[in-house]
Design a protein. Structure first.
Length: 536
């Protein structure tokens, strides 16, 4: 009865919040945010270094022109060298990280440790203002969901949150670091706690134990109406629920109405979700809450995410053709604000935020498919298959696997691709389900044909013999996760399998292929693993 009353009150308030969200002018929001960030940070070391006090009160055109002239584009390494190298040793020799009035006023209380999917772990500053901005974004998303789905009973139950590691590291001086989902979960408002599962005890468990506990919770607690997490881990959880419940997931979780997913593209996993929900599907909403800022979310009735430029971050965009071969922009690379973007063009993203990042190259790329609203297609990290100058993008790789999954007799659950230097070809490791009925050679032909259709450079290089046909290695679905745990030391939560090998010489995909060889049945043919589509 109490939850029903709360549900009614929330829906009443949601309508007003949703209408307010829809009425905001994104360009006006961006102009206001940049002006506010510059004025606020004028008292910091960064603000003094770049003369922010002189820019107060300037009209946007002059403000932005001067901002772009005075503040160079920076990578994480640049910020670390110039401003973030504030590790201090205490009397016991322990390392402490302290940023106070450096790039943002006051002390930075949290640092988000990135999952390190394509790079070593980074420490991204996460201020109280950014925490509040993220809460506003989540509140607007929730309000729009309730407003657009009037029959929702989400708040008559709970949302199950598949957080990463919730253990936070005490860095001293009141500063903590950890996974962003763990920071969010540990410091969530008290009034949300009755609506979020699981409790902290379960959230703190090692990943494999956590999945078992979460599956048991889903089977025993019928009040859970939503799940939030990374697509492959949500699939893993739902499959475990089916194994434990001995019935289809739709029968075991009849009240499940919402799946919020993010962290990696849904394309390669869509078929598996379709198999789990063959008839009545929950709502699927994609979100992009990066460690740097809450960038985008999808609303009911829309087929893709929209950029949300209202939450403490100023966006700039660099056409990817202006990046260097490693996907990095020059300090003075031509960037444009949101009001100057074009549809169909692929951009790298720069962020200036209320956590003290300034024209920071985050490594994400996207394409605008519409400008009112600003609908986007997230095209991945600045990561290419480019060892042989072919410039195949991560988005094209994921599209190739998505098309592979549309074929009968194959189910790719996870994958990685990288360069096979000695043979001048791509090496694909595909983690497949039990229904795989196709040889590695046939799968390689399909992947090769799709990449030829998607990427003109790849097609030309293949026809000229500059790249050989791909090698495909198939393994059972769980082997790739065992490799991630045993070799990378990373599994679950916000840690993802990199779909494109981030190493320069293909060391990671070679490691995975070698690990996978140990799980192939004795006497299995090697010809299929080493065969490749003919050139031409």
């Amino acid at each position: 009865m109490i939850r029903s009353s709360i549900d009614l009150m929330l829906k009443a308030g949601a309508a007003a919040l949703a209408k307010n969200f829809e009425s905001r002018d994104p360009i006006a929001s961006q102009r206001e945010i940049l002006a506010r960030l510059v004025v606020t940070a004028a008292v910091t070391r960064f603000g003094r270094d770049h003369g922010f006090a002189e820019l107060a009160g300037e009209p946007f055109d002059r403000l932005y022109a001067e901002f772009r002239r005075r503040v160079p584009i920076r990578t994480y390494a640049d910020f670390w060298r110039d401003y973030f190298s504030a590790w201090q040793s205490d009397a016991n020799g322990s390392q402490r990280l302290l940023l106070e009035d450096v790039t943002w006023p006051g002390r930075i209380p949290f640092f988000c440790e990135t999952s390190g999917t394509t790079a070593p772990t980074k420490y991204i500053p996460f201020s109280r203002e950014m925490f509040a901005a993220n809460k506003r974004a989540a509140l607007d998303l929730t309000a729009c969901y309730l407003h657009r789905t009037p029959r929702s009973r989400l708040f008559q139950g709970k949302l199950l949150y598949m957080a990463g590691n919730t253990r936070l590291t005490d860095l001293g001086n009141g500063v903590q670091s950890g996974d962003m989902s763990g920071i969010t979960l540990r410091h969530r408002p008290f009034y949300l706690r009755p609506f979020v599962a699981p409790g902290m005890a379960v959230s703190a468990l090692p990943w494999e134990e956590k999945v078992v506990e979460l599956a048991g919770l889903l089977l025993s607690d019928r009040s859970i109406r939503g799940i939030s997490g990374v697509p492959p881990w949500i699939i893993l959880l739902l499959q475990r629920v089916e194994e434990m419940g001995h019935r289809p997931i739709a029968e075991l979780l009849p009240n499940l109405e919402l799946i919020i997913h993010g962290g990696t593209s849904m394309k390669p996993y869509r078929r598996e979700f379709d198999g789990l929900f063959p008839r009545r599907r929950p709502h699927f909403l994609e979100v992009l809450p990066s460690s740097e800022a809450f960038m985008a979310f999808q609303l009911p009735g829309e087929d893709r995410m929209r950029l949300v430029p209202h939450y403490g971050a100023f966006f700039e965009f660099i056409p990817i053709e202006d990046l260097d071969e490693g996907g990095t922009p020059a300090p003075d690379a031509p960037a444009v604000p949101l009001e100057a973007v074009e549809t169909g063009r692929r951009y790298a993203v720069l962020l200036t935020t209320c956590a003290g990042l300034w024209r920071y190259h985050i490594g994400d790329t996207l394409r605008f498919t519409a400008l009112s609203p600003h609908f986007i297609e997230f095209t991945g990290r600045d990561r290419f298959l480019d060892r042989f100058e072919e410039k195949v993008t991560q988005g094209e790789v994921e599209e190739a696997v998505a098309r592979l999954n549309q074929l009968d007799g194959i189910e790719v659950r996870e994958f990685m691709v990288g360069p096979d230097i000695g043979e001048r070809r791509h090496l694909w490791v595909l983690a497949v389900g039990e229904m795989n009925e196709r040889s590695d050679d046939v799968l390689g032909r399909h992947l090769d044909a799709t990449l030829r259709s998607l990427n003109a450079d790849y097609a030309t290089f293949r026809s000229q013999g500059r790249i050989a046909g791909p090698r495909v290695v198939t393994v059972s679905g769980d082997v790739i996760y065992r490799w991630s745990k045993e070799v990378r030391g990373k599994l679950g939560g916000q840690s993802k399998i990199p779909h494109v090998d981030p190493t320069a010489e293909g060391e990671m995909v070679a490691s995975l292929a070698a690990f996978a060889d140990g799980f192939r049945p004795a006497g299995s043919p090697t010809a299929s693993r080493n065969s490749a589509p003919r050139d031409g």
